[in-house]
Design a protein around this ligand. Structure first.
Ligand code: GLU
Length: 441
């Protein structure tokens, strides 16, 4: 049974980068009819905040990425302690006492000598008495996992065959001096005990994966299928990491981006499949295959979300957006014709308000000097409201007859007089919605 998880740390809002991870794991689980777990990685009590846990859930719900169950690492500390004991028992866990400054110095020396900055395992040579003395002086040490120095290999769902020399990686610290269990161990214990079969995460986790594979094996667990997606860059290929804060899902929601637009983009961006607006999750699940994603950095342009949102909205019937139409102030009896007009002319639902204000209050007319007389004459011929779908055709025919104008010279000044714009909705569709014509004397 396929089981995946999305495992955010509740130390901030989720952004487009996290979303990519969440979505891929979600789609894998749903496509296989499996289980999708939301795992809150909150072993860091200082940085984890309850408000972010709530925000993460809200954002996922807004997108329709529903989870089957929630797990919290802070509830499972005893499981991690048990795993740590086991690693001690089998001789794969050792206490080390170097301070950050000492470690830094060692790294610098190694780099100066042209060597990779890998932890030198000095702590393995400490006698019990020396450890006791260090403990008395510095407090408890950190606990490091002793890697087997061999090549660690796996078939990655996106990167293909990966092979990492364990000797080029420092023995990872799994428990801090203050006893806090670090993600690397917690994640392994969870993935193993929760039966996670597939893990998709960012390429920044590749080295983690190598060490985690050894830890999983040491604990006697099954190694899941790993896939590492490339990291997102800005449109020019620039690193996005600093700007991700401004690409939080809640900001995009605020700006009117539609969930399906965001999902349509993120489920295909960086893959060999084209990005097309999809109308529902089933369509996204249908065509999804993690193997179609490439390892090259993926360019992301937030601006792409707006045309996708517009295209998606164009397909929607009123019932899908009735709340937003009502919230813009449109009275019930005009909701249907208003939406049919508006959906062709908006980028996001945030634009509805402006269109309704134009209908309700009329637009400031835009009239060139050369058209002043012509527009005045046309206004004489404009019937009293309310207008209907035929008003525009009948009226312009009458104006044409009276003035002899035709084509653009006829229609454009009238459009500008009624809407204050040179472009816009079909006038025949718009007219029945206009409550006020300010160009009328
Ligand atoms: N909490 C980790 C992170 O946000 C999870 C990584 C993983 O998927 O294993 O980076």
């Amino acid at each position: 049974m396929t089981t995946t998880r999305f495992a955010p740390s509740p130390t901030g809002y989720i952004h487009v980068g996290n979303l990519r991870t969440a979505l891929m794991n979600y789609l894998i689980a749903r496509k296989a009819g499996g289980t999708f777990i939301l795992r809150i990685d909150d072993t860091d009590p200082e940085r984890s905040k309850e408000e972010y846990v709530d925000a993460i859930k809200q954002d996922l719900e807004w997108l329709g990425l529903h989870w089957d169950r929630v797990e919290r690492q802070s509830d499972r500390l005893d499981r991690y302690a048990e795993a740590a004991d086991k690693l001690r028992e089998i001789g794969r866990f050792y206490e080390a006492f170097e301070t950050p400054t000492e470690l830094d110095l060692k790294r610098k020396k190694q780099l100066n000598m042209g060597k990779p900055p890998v932890y030198d395992r000095a702590a393995l040579n400490l006698s019990e008495a020396e450890k006791e003395a260090l403990r008395a002086e510095r407090g408890n040490g950190v606990w490091r996992f002793k890697l087997d120095h061999e090549r660690i290999e796996w078939k990655d769902g996106i990167l293909g065959d990966v092979s990492i020399d364990a000797a080029s990686v420092s023995d990872p610290v799994l428990i801090r001096g203050d006893g806090q269990v670090l993600y690397t161990l917690a994640s392994v214990v969870d993935d193993t005990e929760m039966g996670v079969t597939d893990v998709v995460r960012g390429a920044d986790h590749v080295t983690n994966t190598a060490t985690q594979i050894q830890i999983i094996k040491a604990l006697g667990g099954n190694v899941p299928n790993f896939a590492h997606h490339s990291l997102l860059t800005g449109p020019q290929g620039e690193a996005l990491s600093k700007r991700l804060g401004t690409l939080a899902l809640r900001d995009l929601r605020e700006q009117g981006v539609q969930p399906m637009a965001l999902l349509s983009l993120m489920a295909r961006l960086g893959s060999s499949d084209p990005v097309e607006p999809r109308s529902d999750m089933a369509e996204l699940i249908e065509g999804f295959d993690v193997a179609r994603f490439g390892s090259a950095p993926t360019k992301f342009d937030v601006q792409d979300l707006f045309p996708l949102t517009a295209r998606y909205l164009q397909t929607l019937p009123l019932e899908k957006v009735a709340d937003a139409v009502a919230a813009a102030g449109v009275p019930d009896e005009l909701a249907e014709p208003f939406w049919m007009m508006a959906r062709e002319n908006i980028t996001t639902l945030n634009d509805l308000k402006g269109w309704w204000e134009l209908c309700r209050d009329g637009a400031e007319p835009l009239i060139g000097d050369e058209d002043r007389e012509f527009v005045a004459q046309a206004m004489e011929l404009l019937p009293e409201g309310p207008f209907d779908g035929e008003t525009w055709g009948k009226w312009t025919a009458a104006v044409k007859e009276a003035t002899g104008r035709k084509g653009k010279g006829l229609f454009m000044p009238l459009r500008k007089a009624l809407t204050g714009m040179e472009r816009g909705p079909e006038m025949a569709t718009l007219m029945p919605l206009l409550q006020v014509i300010r160009a009328r004397k």
